[in-house]
Design a protein around this ligand. Structure first.
Ligand code: NAD
Ligand code: ZN
Length: 346
């Protein structure tokens, strides 16, 4: 089968021919119908050799959807031909976190060598994908896999973050979204669907600010030195009850620190290399700072249901497998509108 692999540290991913995998006991093989490209892949491929811990060659793709096409021994529950979305942050399935569906916070995954597809295990940017357990499959029903595959990360990650912050997002509150890219443009819609908060989006690209407004942001501002004063002014000096930073770089964390309200929350979702000092001489009284990771199994079901009722959607750019390296280049350059999705059959 064809697959998109990261094979050499520092080099571009390559489209290669590899053996089609067979599902082992308890595993399920999917024929991939769609796979999303995430900025985290760019982050992984930017790591120097000493910090790179995902194995080589690595078949990329941690946002996957497919049709069940072969069952390993002992697999019941799902049937061949069923369309599914893949829950990516695989855990041990047995610890307290996993039992609650929060496999993203599994306490055993690292020690057991369990890694998400595309971030250690072979990923979804291929014609076929092995999923290790039926727990990690959510029925897609009649949802279009190309339109919804990115909800498995670009939807689930902001959803998980926003749900935790919802008690602060009362009517009259303000939510700031920094970075209106793949995650951010879905995050804006989730905020509009779940809360009555005023949503202020920040980005460095005019095109992304336009997109932010189109998907529901009340205000769209340039992410520069003027942003803090603008947020303070729009909130009558109070600041934002919650700042969602989908960039996580030093300058955006500084905007978050200066624009969050007392008692508010900063959610650092982006992996932009920034660190935020928290304490009496940094963040406002009572403000909390959190760096959430991905989301839970039930939250993925909820995100898909939000799409099913038409409350959220993903803006997509569709590519074939052969075009994946070029699509990653475009993502790296900040030029993808919404999410780049690879369709292996295209
Ligand atoms: P993306 O490239 O699609 O979007 C990033 C957006 O940020 C772009 O619109 C870009 O113009 C904008 N941007 C860049 N610098 C900015 C700045 N200084 N101020 C404001 N906006 C700026 O990326 P994505 O796939 O949406 O991922 C966003 C981040 O979230 C990445 O760092 C990614 O690694 C991370 N991520 C984290 C998790 C998690 O579990 N915490 C999950 C997925 C992705
Ligand atoms: Zn991701």
């Amino acid at each position: 089968m064809r697959a998109v692999q990261y094979r050499t540290i520092g080099a571009e991913p390559e489209v290669v021919e590899i053996p089609t995998p067979e599902p082992g006991p308890g595993q399920i093989r999917l024929r991939v119908t769609a796979a999303g490209l995430c900025h985290s892949d760019s982050f992984v491929m930017s790591l120097p050799e000493q910090q790179y811990a995902y194995g080589l060659p690595l078949t990329l793709g941690h946002e996957g959807a497919g049709v069940v096409d072969r069952l390993g021994d002992g697999v019941t529950v799902v049937t061949v031909g069923e369309p599914v979305a893949v829950y990516g942050p695989w855990g041990c399935g047995r610890c307290h976190a996993c039992a609650r569906g929060a496999e993203n916070y599994c306490v055993n995954a690292a020690a057991l060598g369990i890694a998400p597809p595309g971030l250690g295990a072979p990923g979804a940017l291929a014609e076929h994908l092995i999923v290790d357990d039926v727990r990690h499959l959510v029925p897609l029903g009649d949802l279009d896999p190309v339109a919804t595959v990115s909800l498995t990360d670009a939807g689930l990650t902001p959803y998980h973050s926003i749900v935790s912050a919802l008690p602060r997002l009362w009517p009259g509150s303000t939510a700031v979204v920094i970075g209106a890219g793949g995650l951010g443009h879905v995050g804006i819609q989730i905020l509009r669907a779940l809360s009555a908060a005023t949503v202020i989006a920040l980005d460095i690209s005019e095109a992304k600010l336009t997109l932010a407004t189109e998907v529901g942001a009340h205000q769209a501002l340039r992410s520069d030195e003027s942003a803090v004063a603008a947020i303070r002014s729009l909130t009558r000096g109070v600041g934002a009850q919650v700042v969602f930073d989908f960039v996580g770089a030093p300058p955006t964390l500084e905007i978050a620190r200066q624009s969050v309200a007392a008692g508010g929350a900063i959610e650092i979702v982006g992996i932009g290399g920034g660190l935020l000092a928290t304490g009496f001489f940094s963040t406002p009284f009572g403000a909390s700072v959190r760096a959430p990771y991905w989301g839970t199994r039930t939250e993925l079901m909820e995100v898909l249901d939000l799409a099913r009722v038409g409350a959220i959607h993903v803006e997509t750019e569709v590519y074939g497998l052969d075009e994946a390296p070029a699509a990653y280049r475009k993502l790296h350059d900040g030029a993808v509108r919404g999410r780049a999705v690879v369709v292996p059959s295209a």
